[in-house]
Ligand binder design. Structure first.
Ligand SMILES: *Cc1c(COP(=O)(O)O)cnc(C)c1O
Ligand code: SF4
Length: 442
């Protein structure tokens, strides 16, 4: 199966060539449409008929949260960049010229944050294994080659580099044998996480080729699949021709004695309203899989405690397990979507205080940064100083997990790199002597 076939299964795909018509439907004038298309040449656009017809409220443009997640916005990139590319589009410049301008902008958007190209790529002997990441001892990430696109491109997604077709920016693999060999050589790995893009873009038979060989590995306790499909392509588990086969594969994982952890990305409660989503949740749960939920906190989309209270409550009622609230990463249009850490903590705490203990499985707000997942536990005063209290939920160096540390309070900080250590001259994960040691995981 090839990627182009994805549009023929399930919901009809909308791509860049449909963007102008969709924007007309939203009522934008021609100049604005050109500027939005300029942004889309940098941050790729793709969605489907379910998102467009069932999820977006077209009477509430541009404020509708699903619209804002999926559609590029004209002020998402620096004004000069948007104007330059809009000018090229207006002058009907060659696609090569437009691509070159778009690539120059992309290079400035930190396409691979958190050391993902330098620090996390495992090796077989001296050979790097692209399409894999081994950052935390017990978990390996695998980027299946056919899963490097998505049912809709949320413009906030840190995976955008996977979608732009630039080989230098992309990491992906179809070497399942190499993966199995690597896992056998690293028996400390107990969890394998398929990610992307979105692995659930793969058809049932393709997914099976990746998953089945892992069932014989006794060391694996869980196989995870990170996906937006439950929100944006629920028919994948209900009405698509390969729905039954996919669910049988999930059952086979559970029957092999492993946890099939379905990591569902939900960004807004609206994404759980439809009957087909609820039917899909039941079908997946009936296989014995456990659905955990996660999403970043995004300005103008879900930056209110009520939104999270509703999300966690509905998820819990449907039998899903809230898992992570993430902080918007330092990539792509971060400036556009970032919520200050101090505000993120308030939103998390306000929402957390209003749900039952059974929903308080959720952790956050969490930054997936170079040293690991840094959680903002609170803002408090220690020895007369206002500080952030932080801890690592996951760490490249496991001895640092769960140890509190402090940073000076800064109401504008949006990422760990904005913070300065308090009561210490460095953070626990900062090297004592710069340049010392081999940081490569795995
Ligand atoms: C989040 C993440 C994981 C999984 O971490 P858990 O705490 O086990 O959910 C694994 N690898 C990378 C690179 C991650 O960012
Ligand atoms: S992979 Fe998920 S978060 Fe990223 S663009 Fe697709 S739907 Fe959005």
């Amino acid at each position: 199966m090839t990627l182009t076939q994805t549009g023929t299964r399930g919901f009809r795909a909308y791509t860049a060539k449909h963007l102008d018509d969709l924007l007309k439907r939203a009522g934008f004038d021609s100049d604005t449409r050109l500027r939005i298309r300029a942004v889309a040449s940098v941050l790729p656009f793709r969605t489907n008929a379910y998102v467009v017809d069932e999820l977006i409220d077209w009477s509430d443009i541009p404020d509708d949260p699903i619209y804002r997640l999926v559609f590029p916005q004209e002020d998402m990139l620096p004004e000069a960049d948007v104007s330059r590319i809009a000018g090229l589009l207006r002058a009907e410049a060659s696609s090569r010229e437009i691509q070159a301008a778009a690539n120059a902008v992309r290079a400035r958007l930190n396409p691979h944050p958190a050391g993902q190209m330098e620090l996390n790529i495992p090796r077989a002997g001296s050979e790097p294994m692209p399409g894999m990441q081994h950052k935390y001892p017990e978990t390996v990430l695998f980027f299946p080659k056919q899963g490097q696109t998505c049912h809709a491109y949320c413009t906030y997604c840190f995976r955008w580099a996977q979608f732009v077709g630039e080989p230098d920016l992309k990491m992906a693999s179809d070497d399942v044998e190499g993966l199995v060999r690597y896992l056998r050589e690293h028996p400390q790995v107990t969890s394998l996480l398929f990610t992307g893009g979105d692995p659930m873009i793969m058809s049932g038979p393709v997914l099976r080729r990746y998953v089945e060989p892992l069932l014989e590995l006794e060391q694996l306790e869980s196989i995870r699949i990170g996906t937006k499909s439950l929100a944006y392509w629920p028919g994948r588990f209900v009405t698509d021709p390969d729905a039954a086969e996919t669910l049988r594969l999930f059952s086979a994982v559970v029957e092999s004695g492993k946890n099939l952890a379905f990591m569902a990305h939900f960004s807004h409660p609206r994404e759980m309203d439809s009957q087909v989503v609820q039917t899909a949740v039941r079908a997946i749960r009936d296989t014995g899989a456990v659905i955990r939920t996660q999403a970043p906190l995004i300005r103008s989309i879900n930056d209110h405690p009520d939104t999270w209270v509703e999300m966690w409550r509905v998820q819990h009622a449907l039998g899903m397990v809230p898992y992570y609230m993430f902080v918007e990463r330092d990539t792509g249009p971060q400036d556009y979507f970032a919520v200050p850490l101090a505000r993120a903590y308030e939103i998390f705490r306000d929402a957390y205080a209003r749900v039952s203990g059974l929903c308080r499985t959720v952790r956050g707000p969490s930054m997936s940064s170079t040293p690991g997942k840094v959680c903002v536990d609170g803002v408090t005063e220690v020895a007369g100083r206002r500080v952030f209290v932080l801890h690592l939920i996951q760490a490249r160096d496991p001895s640092l997990v769960g140890r509190p540390f402090f940073a000076h309070y800064d109401p504008d900080a949006v990422w760990i790199s904005d913070l300065k250590p308090a009561f210490a001259d460095r953070f626990p994960f900062d090297p004592a002597i710069v340049g010392q040691g081999d940081l490569v995981a795995g």
